[in-house]
Structure formats: structure tokens, C-alpha cells
Design a protein around this ligand. Structure first.
Ligand SMILES: NC(=O)C1=CN([C@@H]2O[C@H](COP(=O)(O)OP(=O)(O)OC[C@H]3O[C@@H](n4cnc5c(N)ncnc54)[C@H](O)[C@@H]3O)[C@@H](O)[C@H]2O)C=CC1
Ligand SMILES: O=C(O)[C@@H]1CCC=N1
Length: 274
């Protein structure tokens, strides 16, 4: 694999680097730049990657540049990277939520191959889900290289239309938080009804893990698996009836739409940045 530089060494960059190393990438071929000294020390100690405080130093000679800073930082970060991208013309991979390819190209002031993707935090345990979108300048080998980086984090899918990445962000990008919220609520409900905190937490987490594994490994739909738990007039039926009476599907649909619209807004908020 060609030299790859991560700009920003936070949660997602660390998850992606961990996945790459687990999948046999050479630490010497990975550079990270990040202003937080303790994060750099951790990345160097844990994974043996080359660390920098200056983004241009990390990007020096990189064939792949992964933009892993917050969306609000991206314009400034790209502008500062101009000398390196114009010299080395790397494949740019952005993981920033919302920010469009044309904005990245404008801020880098270069017509480059750009892959935008949306991973998620389960990448930390190689169980991530990532959708990718490539602009027309991305060659077939570069597409394969981008996919290789994200494959190390878990499942990958390509989407044909950049707009779909906002839906992906609302589904799988933010999605882990929705499941964590449900587990928190389940844990609290069981605790309120008399289980110890420890027992409620362990059972709620293992139930989420078991349900997730069944969904991925059984090849059956969520609806089929749900029906198999639900004995007629049994306990599950009582809970599902209560969820439906409280309009659970509509609650979820509204939340997903709010996340999708926020992705669009993040991009529009940054549109004035030259
Ligand atoms: N956390 C998540 O679940 C997901 C996040 N994303 C996207 O990934 C990107 C990063 O998110 P996280 O890793 O969660 O955030 P984070 O805050 O953990 O990481 C961002 C890192 O960038 C560093 N940074 C700040 N200014 C910088 C600069 N000028 N140059 C270089 N590094 C700088 C920060 O110190 C921080 O460590 C965001 O754009 C987000 O939209 C995408 C998918 C999922
Ligand atoms: O909340 C966010 O904006 C990022 C993008 C997807 C997950 N976390």
C-alpha cells in the first residue's frame, strides 16, 4: 500500500488506523497529524505510526490523504494542505459528515480524485459499516485502494449518488448512537423495575450483541427474526403493541430525517468558505 496520511487523529482516524494495522498494513507507511500531543503519543505507542503536529509534514509524499477532522475545520485544513496536494496530487478520502466533494476540491484548489465516505464507530472492533462515493477522477486502482482502507474497518458499499451519503450518515454513520440510546433506555427501565444496575447493563448489552449477530449472520430479515421472538399474546407482543401505540416507526423516521437534514445543513453552513 502507498504511503497514507491521516489529517486529524481523533476517534474515527484511530479506528481506521487500528483496522488497517490489524489487517497487516505496515505502520511505517501510515502518517497522522494532530494538534493534541497526548493523542499523537497514544497513536505512536499503540500502533507505531509516524506522527506529526504539522499537517503538511504528514502529507509530504502521501499517495492517499484521509481528511478526518470535524466538518467545521475542513475548509481551513484543506487550504493549508494546498502546497502538498498540488505537488503530490494524492487520492483524497474525506470522512467528514455533510461536506461535498466540490467543496473539498474548491478548498484544496485542485481537481483531484476524491472519495467521500461515511464510516461508523464500530470500525473500532472491525464491525464498521461504510458507504463510499467516488468522483469521476478516481481511477479503478484508486477505488480499490480506498475500499481496501475501509474494508479493514468492516462492511463497505459504494453509492452512485453523492446525495445518498446524507441518508447513509443518518442511517449507519449516526446509527450506533441510536442503538446505544435504546440499550440505555432498556437498562434504565429494567433497573427502575428492580434489577441491579450491573445485571440490567450486562443483559441489555448482550441482547443488543446477540440481536446484531443474528441480523448479520442468519441471512434473515429483521421482520422475520422479530416475529420468531413474538409468541401470540405473549410478552413480546405486549411490548411491541406498546411501541406501536407510541408511534415508534414514526419516531425513528423523524430522527433519521433530522440527521439527514443536518448533514445537508453542515454543507450549506460551510458554503461561504472560499
Ligand atoms: N464519530 C463518528 O461516529 C463519525 C465521525 N465521522 C466524521 O469523522 C470526522 C472526525 O470525527 P471524530 O473522529 O469523531 O472527531 P474527533 O474530534 O475525535 O477527531 C477530530 C480530530 O481532529 C483534530 N484536529 C483539530 N484541528 C485539526 C487541524 N487543524 N489539523 C489536524 N487535526 C486537527 C482534533 O484534535 C481531533 O483529534 C468528522 O468530520 C465526522 O463528521 C464520520 C463517521 C462517523
Ligand atoms: O454526529 C456526527 O456528526 C458524526 C457523523 C456521523 C456520526 N457522527
Amino acid at each position: 500500500m502507498n504511503r497514507i496520511a491521516f489529517i486529524g487523529g481523533g476517534n474515527m482516524a484511530t479506528a481506521l488506523i487500528a483496522g488497517m494495522i490489524r489487517h497487516g498494513a505496515q505502520p511505517g507507511g501510515i502518517a497522522v497529524s494532530e494538534p493534541r500531543a497526548e493523542a499523537l503519543q497514544e497513536l505512536s505507542r499503540e500502533y507505531g505510526v509516524a506522527t506529526y503536529t504539522d499537517n503538511l509534514d504528514a502529507a509530504e509524499g502521501a499517495a492517499i490523504l484521509v481528511l478526518a477532522v470535524k466538518p467545521q475545520m475542513l475548509a481551513e485544513v484543506c487550504r493549508n494542505l494546498r502546497p502538498a496536494v498540488q505537488k503530490y496530487r494524492p487520492l483524497v478520502i474525506s470522512i467528514a459528515a455533510g461536506i461535498r466533494v466540490h467543496q473539498i476540491e474548491r478548498w484544496l484548489d485542485a481537481a483531484l480524485p476524491v472519495v467521500r465516505c461515511m464510516p461508523n464507530t464500530p470500525a473500532m472492533v472491525s464491525a464498521g459499516a461504510t458507504a463510499l462515493y467516488a468522483n469521476a477522477r478516481v481511477s479503478a486502482p484508486q477505488r480499490a485502494e480506498a475500499q481496501h482502507v475501509l474494508d479493514a474497518a468492516g462492511l463497505t458499499v459504494w453509492v452512485p449518488d453523492e446525495e445518498q451519503l446524507d441518508i447513509v450518515t443518518a442511517l449507519s454513520g449516526s446509527g450506533p448512537a441510536y442503538f446505544f440510546l435504546l440499550v440505555e433506555a432498556l437498562e434504565n427501565a429494567a433497573y427502575d423495575q428492580g434489577l441491579s444496575r450491573e445485571t440490567a447493563r450486562a443483559l441489555a448489552a448482550q441482547t443488543a450483541f446477540g440481536a446484531g449477530r443474528m441480523l448479520v449472520e442468519s441471512g434473515e430479515s429483521a421482520a422475520t427474526l422479530r416475529q420468531r421472538v413474538t409468541s401470540p399474546n405473549g410478552t413480546t407482543q405486549a411490548a411491541l403493541d406498546s411501541f406501536r401505540a407510541d408511534h415508534f416507526p414514526a419516531i425513528v423516521a423523524r430522527a433519521v430525517d433530522a440527521a439527514r437534514r443536518r448533514g445537508r445543513q453542515l454543507s450549506e453552513d460551510m458554503e461561504s468558505m472560499l
